[in-house]
Ligand binder design. Structure first.
Ligand code: PMP
Length: 349
């Protein structure tokens, strides 16, 4: 039976991308890219081309470095307080589980300020009332994968250096990336597979930090051009293919339009279906992850079995939250959202 994949990450990869990936790792003249030294021209070219694609799609100014590192977004949560604005303040907005993880990592090594939090309201909105004097850095999580909320206004970037965890929405919409001091994302949602992390960093943030171990030190990674150790080659191959696919769709503005259409269709159904209620305040809803509950729990077992029979996978809410979460990353076709909505409209209880 056909499966409709709505997992939150790792997540859907379309057939075209999978096909290109198989071709990319296939043996040519007896050798696969995965067997080659990262010091050789093939892998060096792969990294350079992938960085150039990132810069081009994001229209990044020359002051940014682009890195591909190991360790996922969580390692970035830990590296940031060691490296960024070390003589100034570390400021955070608490919008969910991943933001909280960043705050905790920072709290281990330096004084960490939480400027605002929506924790008391189950992270059902994005705080907008916070004051930041522009000192140090401000860390935000642009899309809250677990809760289904998303920042839609970045006007605070004008005040100072903003560091954004964009793990679940990078390259899904057209924003001015040059407004940020640093952006990072695990690659497993919109940009291919797990195993690699994309880090984009304004060079002016790089400090000489001899007391910070080299693998945790951005300046060392920049100096080694992402090759301080053996880099995550397969994840970068996948990212390269995903970026080319994004370019082929017409770039970020075109993708954003499709992503908006997908989420509008789903939220419209959530708002109009008496069986369902959305978790997040309308204006802060995520284009990537829609979260909702079933109003009458006596229908839950039948609802779950019915959707399973329809081939729908990956819609359970995060283990900390319950309910449902439908993830609509770049590679999820509009037709899959339409199919899902059609299924829930035809659910007879
Ligand atoms: N930040 C966000 C917003 C996430 O969604 C995730 C993973 N779901 C993480 C951080 C952690 O990412 P990783 O597993 O790559 O460390």
């Amino acid at each position: 039976m056909k499966q409709y994949n709505f997992y939150a990450g790792p997540s859907i990869l379309n057939d075209e991308v999978i096909k290109s990936a198989l071709a990319a790792i296939d043996k040519k003249d007896g050798l696969s890219l995965l067997e080659l030294s990262h010091r050789g021209p093939e892998i060096q070219n792969l990294f350079q081309e992938t960085k150039d694609l990132v810069k081009e799609l994001m229209q990044l100014e020359d002051r940014y470095e682009v890195l591909f590192l190991h360790g996922g977004a969580r390692l970035q949560n830990c590296m940031i307080p060691y490296n960024i604005c070390t003589k100034e303040s570390a400021n955070y907005i608490d919008t969910g589980i991943w933001a909280k993880n960043s705050i905790e990592e920072s709290g281990i090594i330096r004084e960490t300020k939480i400027l605002s939090s929506s924790a008391k309201d189950n992270y059902s909105y994005i705080p907008k009332d916070f004051e930041w004097d522009g000192n140090g850095y401000l860390h935000i999580t642009s899309n809250n994968t677990v809760h289904g909320s998303q920042f839609h206004d970045f006007s605070f970037c004008k005040k100072g250096k903003v560091v954004a965890d964009m793990s679940s929405d990078l390259l899904s919409r057209d924003i001015n990336f040059n407004d940020f001091g640093m952006i990072y994302a695990g690659l497993q949602k919109n940009l291919g597979t797990a195993g690699g992390t994309l880090v984009i960093l304004d060079k002016s943030l790089l400090e000489d930090l001899p007391q910070v171990p080299s693998m945790l030190n951005y300046k060392q990674h920049v100096k080694a051009d992402s090759m301080l150790n053996t880099p995550p080659v397969f994840a970068v191959i996948m990212c390269n293919i995903a970026l080319k696919w994004i370019a082929k769709q017409g770039g970020l503005a075109a993708l954003e339009a499709i992503n908006k259409t997908k989420s509008d269709i789903l939220y419209n159904e959530i708002d109009n279906n008496p069986l369902l209620s959305g978790f997040v305040k309308t204006e802060d809803r995520s284009l990537m992850n829609a979260t909702f509950a079933i109003n009458d729990l006596s229908f839950k077992n039948n609802f779950d079995t019915y959707l399973e029979e329809k081939g729908i996978v990956g819609i359970d809410g995060h283990r900390s939250k319950g309910g449902y979460r439908v993830s609509m990353y770049n590679m999820l076709p509009l037709s899959h959202v339409e199919y899902f909505v059609d299924c829930i409209q035809n659910f007879k209880g």
